[in-house]
Every structure is written in C-alpha cells, then in structure tokens.
Design a protein around this ligand. Structure first.
Ligand SMILES: C[S@@+](CC[C@H](N)C(=O)[O-])C[C@H]1O[C@@H](n2cnc3c(N)ncnc32)[C@H](O)[C@@H]1O
Length: 312
C-alpha cells in the first residue's frame, strides 16, 4: 500500500499509471474524504499536526475511471485515513470487440448484459429529453436501433398507464433475437417491432411520427449518418414532430461504463467525430426551425422540438 498525504495529483496519477503497467491492483492510503467535506480538491487540511491535500470520493472515483480500473469499497485505516484499492478492468470483456453483423447486439452478445437505464449518467439526461419533448402528448413514436426495448420501457415506467397505452410505438432493429425479446416484453398491443435493416426503412411504409428516438445507432458502421439523419427529419417526422438523438460518449468494458468516445487511430478518448456529427445535426435542425438542446455526459442527447410548439 502506498501512502499519499500532500503529494500532488500529478504525482499520484503518474505513480498509479506506472505501477499499473505491472500490477493488476493498486492500493493507496489517503485522507478520509468525509473529514474534509465541502473543501475543493487540493485544499490543505491540517489534522493533529499532519498536513493532507483534500480529495473527494468523486475525485477518487474519476481517477479509477481514467485508469480503466474499478474502485473497490474503501476501508478505514486510521482515524483520518482510508485505503482505496483500484482493480484493472478486463478491457477485452466488451461487445465493442465483436465482429458479428446483425447479431453483434443480439441476446447472446455481451451487449445484452447492459441495462443503460440503471446507469444514472444515462438515465437522467434521457429522462430529461423525454420530458423536454412532452412524451405524454405524442401519438406515434419511432425508435431506430431499439434492441430489446429498454428505451420504450422507460416511457412505460414514467407515463400514466392510459397515456402510455394511447401511444403507438414502433421499434426497428436488424437483430432478430433482440426484436423477438422486445415483442415478448411489449405485449400490450400498442407496440410493433420489425427485424429490419434501417437502410431499407422506406420499404416498411411506416408513415410519419410525432417523435423519433435513436440512441447509439446512427453512427453505426453500415449506416450513412448524414443522409439517414436528413431523411428521417424530412420524410419521417410530422410537422410538429420532435427528435431525440443519443450519442455514446463512452465505452462499455469489464462491467463499467467508461467515459469518453473511442476514435479510430487514437489510443485515448477523442471526440472530434462525435462533436462534428452533433454539430451537423444541431445546425440542420435549427435551419428547419427546431429548438435544439444538448445535454448529458457519457451519452449526449440532442433534442429537437419545433419552435412554434414551444410558444403555442
Ligand atoms: C449500439 S446499439 C444501441 C442499442 C440501443 N439503442 C442502446 O442504446 O442500447 C445499436 C443498435 O442498432 C442496431 N443496428 C445497427 N445497424 C443497424 C441497421 N443497419 N439496421 C437495423 N438495426 C441496426 C443494432 O442491432 C443495435 O441493436
């Protein structure tokens, strides 16, 4: 175990990175954050004649994420200090490494273990986006890349039963296995699911929608992001329709949702493509007279609502 008192975070970070090149876990003894509640990171606290630099649990948790480690439950070591252990994540344990086509996200994939609605950093901005578009007032809702239906499940949870049942929900995904689970989960008669290629949406003759939701899907390989996005707005949104686009800014690895988009050719998180795509959609929607908001952290939510609706 390594003890840190007044060392800078620069020193702690570089020690941790160096040590983790060989070790699977590291344990550090630091000031108990509960003792310095309300201070900012780096403030000096003198306790019983000893100096410590304060850091919060959030800071220590962030450090774990940046090191691609999980932080284990801290243990008290002395009256003023705790031991924090960081354990390396198994980075190979991820659906991102799977090369399968339609079934990359199927029910036997590692992706199927993910329940995004249980991650506060996903849930909170998605809920906000649903409320922002006034989900209860919508009639027809289209979801592209619905998988097994988690994004509809949250709508079912937050709306009064009558309101929920008055919605017509349509979900599309090319994973047959995911769609068959979605059909079982939503058997109240107001949801329809198609195991279908989004590239060939037009052949389904779906008509127009009051809300389109698509999360983590438009940027998939095999889909042409810009033409698809423009076609959705032009051909699938009703006059007063709204849109929620969710962009992952994270990777799922070893049981954790790790902040930061991974870009080709960079060994670290790089967000240029993400920002470019989001900015493109934002400008396009604004030109089409949408009010656009961008919220979230590990998932970024671009929400577009028609301006005339806001002021009516
Ligand atoms: C990253 S997953 C996101 C799923 C879900 N929206 C979520 O955020 O958890 C992308 C989804 O889009 C589906 N998908 C990707 N390309 C597709 C295509 N060309 N046609 C239909 N579905 C597609 C995948 O099967 C997968 O379920």
């Amino acid at each position: 175990m390594k003890t840190f008192t007044t060392e800078s975070m620069t020193d702690i970070l570089s020690w941790a990175q160096e040590t983790l090149k060989e070790a699977e876990t590291i344990t550090i003894e630091v000031l108990n954050p509960d003792i310095g509640r309300g201070h900012y990171a780096g403030e000096t606290l003198t306790i019983n004649g000893s100096n410590y630099l304060y850091r919060s649990y959030k800071g220590w948790s962030d450090l774990g994420e940046l090191l691609f480690c999980r932080m284990l439950t801290p243990k008290p070591i002395s009256e003023n200090t705790i031991a924090i252990t960081y354990e390396k994540l198994d980075l190979s344990d991820s659906f991102h490494h799977c090369d399968a086509q339609e079934e990359k996200y199927g029910i036997t994939s590692r992706f199927a273990a993910i329940h995004k609605n249980e991650e506060p950093a996903f849930l909170s901005p998605y809920l906000r986006a649903l409320r922002n578009v006034k989900i209860g007032e919508k009639k027809r809702v289209l979801n592209l890349g619905i998988n097994t239906g988690d994004e509809f499940d949250l709508i079912r949870q937050i709306l009064p039963r009558e309101e929920y049942l008055s919605l017509e929900l349509i979900g599309i995904d090319h994973s047959e296995s995911a769609i068959s689970v979605a059909r079982e989960r939503f058997d109240e008669g107001n949801a329809t699911f198609y195991a279908h290629d989004i590239n060939d949406l037009d052949s389904l003759g779906l008509g127009k929608f009051d809300l389109i939701i698509t999360i983590g899907t438009l940027q998939s390989s095999g889909l042409e992001f810009k033409p698809l996005f423009m076609s959705l707005v032009q051909n699938y949104l009703s006059t007063d329709g709204a849109i929620i686009l969710g962009f992952p800014n994270c990777r799922w690895m070893g049981g954790e949702m790790i902040y930061g988009a991974k870009a080709p050719n960079y060994p670290y998180s790089e967000m240029s493509i993400l920002v470019k795509d989001i900015y493109y959609c934002k400008k396009y929607l604004q030109q089409k007279k949408f009010r656009v908001t961008l919220t979230g952290k590990d998932y970024l939510f671009l929400t577009g609502t028609k301006i005339n609706l806001i002021h009516s």
